[in-house]
Design a protein around this ligand. Structure first.
Ligand SMILES: NC(=O)c1ccc[n+]([C@@H]2O[C@H](COP(=O)([O-])OP(=O)(O)OC[C@H]3O[C@@H](n4cnc5c(N)ncnc54)[C@H](OP(=O)(O)O)[C@@H]3O)[C@@H](O)[C@H]2O)c1
Length: 337
C-alpha cells in the first residue's frame, strides 16, 4: 500500500536524517559516508567492531559494537531511519544476518544490504558468479523481518578493479602486464567509488514519501525493494588500456600483453574455488562479467539522469585507480580472496 507524508502522524519529517552504516572506514563505505556528510542533511552513525584498526572519517558518530553481543548492535541502531551495510566479503557468513536481525529489533525500517555489484534481476549472472543467491537471501531476510531494502547495482568499481591486480581487469602495474580476455572488446558497466557514494547520497536525500497521491516527484519510497542502478563508464579492456597508456605516458611497447579466453578463466577460477582456493573467485567473477554474449552491462537501466549524477572523465578516474594500486597492495589478505 502506498504511503503518503500527508497521512503520517503529526511531527513526521519527510526526510532521511539519521543514517547508520557498517564499513564507514571501508572501500565503498568511506565514499558513501563522505558523500552523505557532504550533503549536510544526514547524521551518520558508524557501527564499528570494538578494537577495529580501520580509520573512520571525521564527522561520524562512532558506535563500537561486538558481533557476539547482539544487544550492542541493537542499541547502536535504535532511532536510525536507514541502515547501510558495506561489510567486507571476507567477514564470517552470519555477520550480515546478525546486522539485519538487530536492525529489525531496533525498528529500523530500511536497509541497504551488501551488494554493490551487477543487476539483481540478472539471475543467471548472479548464479554463475556465486554472488546472486547469497545477496538474494540477504534481501529476503530483510523482507521477512518486516523491513524494506534498496540494493546498489553499479557493476564493478572502475578505479578499484583497475588497481586490484591481474585477476580483476587484467592489469598488473608493477610488471606492466595486461591479460586481455578474449579479444578485449567486450564492454561492461563500471562505476567509480565516488560515483557510488554520490548515488547513495542522492537517493537518501530525496523525500522519503510522496506528499500525497498527486505528488509524482522522485522519492526514496520509489526505490524500496528495488535496485538503484548507476554507471560511470561502459567500456572494454581495450578502452581501459588506451586510457592507461594516455595517463601513464606509455605505449604498447612498454606493456606485455597476453590473451586468455573468458570461458577458460571462468572454469579455472571455479575449479580453484571448488578446491578451497578463494584466489580463484576474483578470476571467475571478472571473467564471467566479460562473456561476449552476456556481459555485465546495466547501461539500459542506469538512472544517472534521474538522480542527476555527473559525467566523469575516464582518464581522471584511471589516474585515481592507478593511485590506488599501492593502497590495495597493502591489503594482502583481502586482495588474495
Ligand atoms: N563492485 C565491485 O567492484 C566490488 C568490489 C569489492 C567489493 N564489493 C562489494 O562491496 C561490499 C563492501 O565491500 P568493501 O570492499 O567496501 O568492504 P571492506 O572495505 O573490505 O570492509 C568493510 C568493513 O567491513 C568490516 N569488517 C571487515 N572484516 C570484518 C570481519 N571479519 N567481521 C566483521 N566486520 C568486518 C570493517 O568495518 P569495521 O572495521 O569498522 O568493523 C570494514 O571497514 C561487499 O558487498 C562486496 O562484495 C564490490
Amino acid at each position: 500500500m502506498l504511503k503518503y507524508a500527508r497521512s503520517q502522524p503529526v511531527g513526521f519529517k519527510n526526510a532521511i536524517e539519521r543514517v547508520a552504516i557498517v564499513g564507514a572506514g571501508g572501500t565503498i563505505g568511506s565514499h558513501i559516508t563522505a558523500a552523505l556528510l557532504q550533503t549536510g542533511k544526514h547524521s551518520v552513525k558508524a557501527l564499528t567492531r570494538k578494537g577495529s584498526s580501520n580509520t573512520l572519517p571525521d564527522g561520524v558518530l562512532v558506535a563500537p559494537i561486538d558481533y557476539n553481543d547482539q544487544a550492542s548492535i541493537v542499541a547502536a541502531l535504535k532511532g536510525q531511519q536507514l541502515f547501510i551495510i558495506t561489510m567486507a566479503p571476507t567477514a564470517p557468513r552470519d555477520t550480515h544476518s546478525k546486522l539485519v536481525q538487530a536492525a529489525a529489533e531496533a525498528g529500523v525500517p530500511y536497509v541497504m544490504p551488501n551488494h554493490y555489484a551487477g543487476d539483481i534481476d540478472n539471475i543467471k549472472l548472479g548464479e554463475d558468479t556465486l554472488l546472486g543467491p547469497v545477496a538474494k537471501a540477504n534481501r529476503d531476510e530483510i523482507e521477512r523481518l518486516g523491513m524494506q531494502w534498496i540494493a546498489v547495482c553499479c557493476g564493478f568499481w572502475y578505479d578499484y578493479s583497475l588497481a586490484g591486480g591481474e585477476a580483476r581487469f587484467g592489469f598488473d602495474f608493477d610488471k606492466r602486464s595486461l591479460t586481455i580476455y578474449d579479444d578485449g572488446n567486450t564492454k561492461i558497466s563500471t562505476s567509480t567509488l565516488s560515483q557510488v557514494g554520490r548515488a547513495v547520497a542522492k537517493v537518501l536525500s530525496l523525500k522519503e514519501l510522496p506528499d500525497d497521491e498527486n505528488d509524482k516527484s522522485l522519492t526514496l519510497s520509489g526505490f524500496l525493494n528495488k535496485g538503484v542502478y548507476l554507471k560511470s563508464f561502459v567500456l572494454s579492456q581495450n578502452d581501459m588500456f588506451e586510457s592507461v597508456k594516455r595517463v601513464t605516458g606509455t605505449s604498447d611497447a612498454d606493456w606485455t600483453v597476453t590473451y586468455e579466453s573468458t570461458k577458460k578463466r571462468y572454469e579455472d577460477g571455479l575449479a580453484q574455488v571448488k578446491s578451497g582456493n578463494m584466489a580463484g573467485f576474483g578470476k571467475l567473477l571478472y571473467a564471467r562479467a566479460f562473456y561476449p554474449e552476456e556481459p555485465n552491462d546495466i547501461l539500459a537501466k542506469a538512472q544517472n539522469e534521474l538522480l542527476g549524477l555527473p559525467d566523469e572523465s575516464l582518464d581522471e578516474s584511471t589516474k585515481v585507480g592507478i593511485d590506488l594500486v599501492e593502497v590495495l597492495q597493502r591489503r594482502v589478505e583481502r586482495m588474495a580472496a
